[in-house]
Design a protein around this ligand. Structure first.
Ligand code: BGC
Length: 758
């Protein structure tokens, strides 16, 4: 329906109908207005599968939803670094939605992994905003290509579960733009999600649902968002103010309470009816966009989608360590150890929980491999070592030629609603790994977890495979990797620190009461570990392969450019090993010298390519201003400083293989505001300004160096001024040191300096 028709429709609605449209009809539907032919529209959780609930609705996964297909969770899909693959996952989901009558799938969730402890990390993509936003883009494009909407969430700065309904994320402007907003920005601008879900928390004192700055100014006015903003379930606490701020749809239903408040506010003049009209237009636009593009032929083919889930899972498994033990040979006796070989952990708890129609465990996937033996090793329900299971497992491992331990985090450790208290795996699992490694030299650990864990045993095992939470087909995918039927190609979208205390948010994570200060600022994840030159267990971007890749011929199309130009970069990659494989080529940019505090380098693009043995491909990237910029709080905009930048190509953030330098010239001059406190060093940066000061105060600030030197020796210059080498001396210094100049004189000079900028 055209915007015009929607407007006309809204004009026909009564005040009560419009007010009612601004909250759900129930848990999962928008309101219908039968007399005007406005249908109810169903939304459903996900986004790594459908959680369509019919009856007994709840939003924390307590009650069962329809049988569906569970794809790898966000933690894993991000590790694929494969945009096309995630778009395919989106297309599959979109088709499922069409078949099930779902208009909007509630995801992707792009919140930054600020700490390894966040209970919902398994749903989230990355510690890096580019990865988060690119993966979201890919998923959104796929889903929406089927004429089904997405709801990118949880907007904004929702990085912990503790007190999630009341906590106040205090984040400075630059950090918000460079890290937390950036995760949403790229996806909103490029992939145009039909809806955005605001988070529960406050951002710098104002609830997300009531935050006009972000819901309207940033989202709509700056980023051009055109869909509707919905609340997270129960995130509304002042309906009228929220509506004014830009929150269109409250979910779930307020059972009529807030409808009355909205209508009352219009009648009393507190709320301009046009604000209500606009919100209703936003909602109806999407309702009809879906209704008018229903695919009545769509079929939810679960078996087919299970196979898609398996293919996706194969690209989400990261080979972290391999001392020659992998791939395993199916001719050797291999002991599968650990409960998760039989009952894989493949998804997290809460609102994204999928009711899988089937699950393939590694044991099932290896059912036709006579050389695979199994011992359960531990029992999560006991939460302590089961001596009998442990002893059996040790014996099974000892008598085999290799052991694969399926370990990780128990289900109860990772869920929406709470955070982990520490980064440790259960002690009974660590003990099992240590004991098996002591008797079996060829030990491999396969991890099932949605967020980094400490690995005190890392040096004692020969192989480590991060399977993340790989969805219902994870067992088959893990076996394909273990036995070399598939070449691992995933990379870590986050750093695995050695211990929790190394994490940059460690000192302030979870905050004090409701106040959560993001004190690490922009130094999230590798931005921090790199700057500190800190050892990590596994760096951001790390992931091994069964083949080898060589990089060559890094070229840039110009060595000098303006910040308004684009830079084309290309690099050749060759598969120098003997197995076909995929590689994630990572491009980082480093500002070599800056007047602001910046990370050592930042990921600015990546590409995933497949190469046969001996094959070479050229990968091309195009970088624009944003790749070189930081967010300047002086101009409230992105800014590039004139100077040299390194273009770094890496296999990981800690394995940079090629570098080229380009010189960039800024076309934007940052405003300079002079005060009596401005230092001479800063004044001297502008020769015109320096001349004004010299002319006005010749006795103090002489023109040439010789004079300056002799003046420094004269009594006019005190020793203190001398010691500060002028550089850090404020303009007002002569008032204190000379005695002949007044503050009014200095102010007059300052006024002249400021006039220079006008
Ligand atoms: C979660 C959202 C979810 C919604 C609906 C909320 O508790 O935070 O991610 O989409 O419930 O289930």
């Amino acid at each position: 329906m055209t915007a015009d028709k929607i407007k006309k429709l809204v004009a026909k609605m009564t005040l009560e109908e419009k007010a009612a449209m601004c909250s759900g009809a129930d848990f999962w539907h928008t309101e219908a207005v039968e007399r005007l032919g406005i249908p109810a529209s169903m939304v459903s959780d996900g986004p790594h599968g459908l959680r369509k609930q019919d009856q007994e609705a709840d939003h924390l996964g307590v009650n069962d939803s329809i049988k569906a297909v569970c794809f790898p969770a966000g933690c894993g899909t991000a590790a694929s670094f494969n945009r096309e693959l995630i778009t395919e996952m989106g297309e599959t989901l979109g088709n499922e939605c069409q078949a099930e009558g779902i208009s909007v799938v509630l995801g992707p969730a792009v919140n930054i992994k600020r700490s390894p402890l966040c209970g919902r990390n398994f749903e989230y993509y990355s510690e890096d905003p580019l990865v988060a936003s690119e993966m979201a883009c890919a998923l959104i494009k796929g889903v929406q290509s089927k004429n089904v909407g997405t709801s990118i969430k949880h907007f904004l700065a929702n990085n912990q579960e503790t007190r999630r309904l009341s906590s106040d994320s205090r984040v400075d402007e630059r950090t918000l733009h460079e890290i937390y907003l950036a995760a949403f920005e790229g996806a909103v601008k490029k992939a145009k999600p039909w809806t955005v879900m605001c988070s529960y928390n406050k951002i710098n004192g104002t609830y997300a649902a009531q935050n006009r700055k972000y819901l309207t100014e940033t989202l709509r006015e700056q980023w051009g968002f055109e869909g509707y903003v919905m609340s997270d379930w129960g995130a509304v606490n002042n309906r009228v103010e929220d509506l004014k701020a830009g929150l269109d749809l409250e979910m779930p239903s307020s059972l009529g309470t807030n409808d009355k408040l909205i209508a009352g506010a219009v009648l009393s003049g507190e709320l301009d009816e046009s604000v209500l009209d606009e919100a209703v237009e936003h909602i109806l636009n999407i309702v009809f966009r879906y209704e008018e593009h229903r695919d009545t032929k769509a079929v939810f083919d679960k078996e087919k989608d299970h196979e898609t889930a398996r293919r996706i899972a194969e690209e989400t498994i990261v080979l972290l360590k391999n001392d020659g033990v992998l791939p395993l040979s199916d001719g050797q006796k291999t002991a599968f150890i650990g409960q998760y070989a039989e009952y894989p952990r493949y998804q997290g708890g809460g609102s994204s929980h999928i009711n899988s129609f089937k699950v393939t465990s590694a044991l099932e996937a290896a059912a036709d491999m006579p050389n695979v033996v199994y011992a359960r090793g531990f029992d999560d329900t006991k939460d302590c070592t089961d001596e009998k299971l442990l002893a059996e497992a040790v014996e099974t491992a000892r008598s085999a030629q290799a052991a694969v331990i399926f370990a990780g985090l128990p289900e109860r450790y990772e869920s929406e609603g709470f955070d982990r208290p520490n980064m440790a795996m259960p002690a009974y699992q660590n003990e099992l790994i240590e004991k098996i490694a002591a008797v079996q030299p060829n030990t491999v650990v396969v991890l099932h977890n949605g967020s980094p864990v400490e690995m005190p045993w890392a040096d004692k095992v020969k192989g480590i495979v991060e399977a993340y939470l790989g969805g219902q087909a994870v067992g088959a995918a893990v076996c394909d990797i273990l036995f070399g039927r598939v070449n691992p190609s995933a990379k870590l979208p986050e750093t695995f620190p050695i211990k929790l205390e190394d994490n940059p948010s460690y000192l302030s994570y979870l905050g004090e009461g409701d106040v959560v200060e993001y004190r690490e600022g922009i130094f999230v994840g590798y931005r921090y570990y790199d700057k500190k030159q800190m050892d990590v267990r596994f760096p951001f971007g790390h992931g091994l392969s069964y083949t080898t890749f060589e990089y060559s011929d890094l070229t840039v199309d110009k060595e000098q450019m303006k910040d308004t130009d684009t830079l084309r970069v290309s690099v050749k990659v060759t598969n120098t090993g003997s197995m076909t494989g995929k590689e994630v080529v990572q491009l980082y940019v480093a500002d070599k010298e800056s007047t602001v505090i910046r990370p050592v380098k930042e990921l600015r693009d990546f590409a995933k390519i497949e190469l046969r043995p001996g094959e070479t491909k050229t990968v091309a990237f195009t970088l624009d201003k944003r790749a070189f910029a930081y967010y300047s709080v002086k101009i409230h905009d992105w800014h590039v400083e004139t100077g040299d930048f390194d273009i770094l190509i890496g296999r990981s953030s800690r394995d940079i293989v090629l570098t080229k330098t380009v010189k960039i010239e800024s076309t934007v001059k940052l405003p300079v505001v002079y005060t009596t406190d401005t230092t001479l060093g800063d004044v001297r940066k502008d020769p015109r300004a320096w001349k004004i000061v010299q002319d006005a105060l010749p006795k103090y600030f002489h023109k040439d160096e010789k004079e300056e030197k002799s003046a420094a020796e004269s009594e006019a210059f005190t020793e203190e001024m001398n010691a500060a080498s002028m550089e850090f001396t404020p303009l007002r210094a002569p008032v204190s040191f000379g005695g002949e100049v007044s503050m009014a004189d200095i102010q007059a000079i300052v006024d002249k300096l400021n006039a220079l900028e006008e």
